[in-house]
Unconditional design. Structure first.
Length: 187
């Protein structure tokens, strides 16, 4: 079983990175192989809304903006589950998470077959600051994304600087449980 964990913060020692470590530990404890991707280290630009608003994403399910998106998108086919972790910026996902997921949604949402995410379990994680303002709007947009690509929403987890201790432990347990349940289903 392979789990891809996306983080999307420039900080390597912040709350987003701590969430990545918790998710990784949970997945490995349940015996999964982990692929960690820091979206801030990828060269992935924004959607160009080609043509009349739809480009090759609509029918060919591929993005015509050539950068690191293609290889990363392709590698998702081989994964069994996903964890998407973003810092909360202005009540939204970070720019690197938004750029990647906007293009991912366009390529995956209208696929009739060979989807890379449909039916696979996902956990959405939003890591906010002290106020936690915009935590729920961020999780709402992540929930909408996973609805569009027909993922199986296993959990939506919001953290702030104040609740990080018990929420990091909860995230680790959630990923462990997601992997364990998927393994039982496969039998
Ligand atoms: C541009 C920007 C916008 C932010 N907007 C919010 C916000 O709307 N609500 C909030 O609670 N924290 C906000 N924060 C704080 C971050 O969500 C918080 O510091 C988070 O832990 C950052 O993740 P990191 O520790 O991985 O860098 C913002 C931070 C930045 C840099």
């Amino acid at each position: 079983m392979k789990v891809m964990i996306f983080t999307s913060s420039p900080n390597t020692d912040g709350l987003t990175a701590a969430c990545g470590n918790s998710a990784k530990m949970g997945a490995e404890e349940a015996g999964a192989q982990v692929v960690l991707v820091n979206l801030n280290r990828q060269k992935i630009g924004s959607c160009h809304a080609c043509g009349n608003g739809w480009g090759t994403c609509r029918n060919e399910h591929e993005c015509q903006v050539q950068d690191d998106f293609q290889a990363l998108h392709g590698s998702m086919a081989d994964m069994d589950a996903f964890v998407l972790i973003t810092p909360v910026y202005w009540g939204e996902m970070s720019e690197s998470a938004k750029a990647f997921t906007d293009r991912l949604r366009r390529c995956e949402a209208l696929k009739k077959e060979k989807t890379f995410i449909e039916g696979k379990p996902v956990i959405a994680v939003a890591a906010a600051g002290g106020s936690g303002n915009g935590l729920t709007t961020c999780l709402t947009s992540m929930e909408r994304l996973f609805t569009h690509v027909k993922a199986e929403k296993f959990d939506l987890i919001g953290l702030t600087q104040k609740n990080r201790v018990y929420k990091l432990a909860a995230l680790q347990e959630a990923v462990q449980e997601m992997v364990a349940l998927s393994k039982r289903k496969d039998k």
